[in-house]
Ligand binder design. Sequence first.
Ligand SMILES: [Zn+2]
Length: 320
Amino acid sequence: MQYPDYHDLGFGITRIDTGLIRPGFASCYLMAHEGRLAVIETGTGQTVAKVLKLINELGYEASAVDYVIITHVHLDHAGGAGGLMDALPEARLVVHPRGARHMQDPSKLQAGAIAVYGEKIYYRDYGELIPIPEERMIIAEDNTAVDLAGRQLRIFDTPGHARHHFCVYDEASRGIFTGDTLGIVYPELCENGKSFVLPTTTPVQFEPDAFKESIDRLMALKPQYFFLTHYGMVEASESHADQLKQQIDDYVRIALKHKDNQASRLGSIAADLLEYTLERLRNYGSSLEENRMRQLIAGDMALNAQGLEVWLQKNNDEQS
Ligand SMILES: [Zn+2]
């Protein structure tokens, strides 16, 4: 199977397929160092058992986990945090200051996700969220160092995709756990070892300038690898970052083109994003059939359009 439940990446890091949507869609990670563990990203409530099974298979007790680290509180990244914290007695949740209260009382988060995905898909994919007591949290400001048995992880505040987003730099691998800041690379869209990168502008806190600044800040670390949530480990490159920044600019241009048609613009933006990305795939040299391309990107294009619609409402409508 191309996207097994567990895949050893070296550096003491195992990629876990969260089981969300389809194999190869969303990953989370287990990091082991000197007998201690960190879970980075959690997947959803349905991922919890998979993470615990891996910990057990590698010969560790649940009490060996020091940290559960979430890049932000969107549920494909943090939906399993409450279930994991219940099962991992020594673990502390490392969370962005703007995400902490949502982990403590997830009711708003749940309502927000239902508003984005609809009730049916929400309950199919995510389920009820489990609150986490504040005393079990490390609220990580920018530049916080997290020590995993001597292995240093550093937290970088990275707004742009969401204001409650940070990334995690691992000195040992010179890798960054990127959450959604360095985009999406679906392995099914990639050929000849070349990444095809998409930005994710999910509602409701897309901020294009902050987004590009966050990307530049991460690239200044001269990373070797990106540990993407969507999906897996890829070689870090300037071209990856440039492709993302270019698309963020083009997304903004597409959104602004439709800004005056408030009633119909969401559909127009979604249609334009889809055509724009199909064109990029053709230019990339994709050998996939057009229907397959559409299938693989349609969900993200709809979400990205929703994020741009919210951005227009916040930044344009109120001024005009
Ligand atoms: Zn997100």
